[in-house]
Each structure stands twice: as C-alpha cells, then as structure tokens.
Write a protein that binds this ligand. Structure first.
Ligand code: SF4
Length: 101
C-alpha cells in the first residue's frame, strides 16, 4: 500500500514537471488585439468576409494577411474605429497595423 502511494506521488510529480516544462517550451504569445478587434466586428459570424467567423477576419487583420476590412455588415463608423485602434495600438512586437476600412 505504501509503495502504491509513493509510486503515485512520484508519477504525479513527474507529470507535473513535464507539463510545467511543456507549458514553457510550447508557450504561444497571444496578441490581445485579435480579441479586441473580434469584439469590434458585428459578431454575426456570417462568413461574408471569406472567413468562417468574425474572429477569423480579426486574426487575419492582426496577422497582416489582409489590409482591408472586408466585413459587409460592418458599418463605416465601426470600421473607422477598428482602423484607428489598429493604427494606435502596438502589438507584442511593438508595431502597429495599417488597414483600410
Ligand atoms: S462578414 Fe463581418 S459579420 Fe460576417 S463573419 Fe465576417 S467579420 Fe463577421
């Protein structure tokens, strides 16, 4: 019985250590702007922009894959706010993004 408890403790400690190391090694830095831009888009997730949802277009804008906000339901003032936000908010690398409405 004592051996089983000891074995489980050692295995648990090893698994915790491995998960801790994996978390550090495979850490992916998240660009907070993607979440913010997703929240600024209409949220219909209609796919009209060519992406499966608003978060897809937001990620493409932040990743600089596209330079135009191709969301058809998005109103002009919403697009202007996104353009201003991306132009004035630096990402983790310190750069800003220029997109067109
Ligand atoms: S067209 Fe606009 S509302 Fe529709 S999924 Fe794309 S970003 Fe969202």
């Amino acid at each position: 019985m004592l051996n089983a408890i000891l074995m489980m403790t050692v295995v648990s400690a090893l698994m915790g250590l491995i998960l801790g190391i994996a978390g550090k090694v495979f850490y992916v830095q998240v660009d907070e702007r993607t979440e913010t831009v997703t929240g600024m888009l209409p949220g219909y997730n209609c796919g009209g922009c060519g992406y499966p949802g608003c978060s897809g277009l937001a990620a493409a804008l932040v990743d600089k894959e596209v330079a135009v906000i191709s969301c058809k339901p998005c109103k002009a003032d919403q697009k202007a706010k996104i353009v201003e936000y991306l132009a004035n908010t630096p990402g983790p690398d310190g750069t800003t993004i220029t997109v067109k409405a």
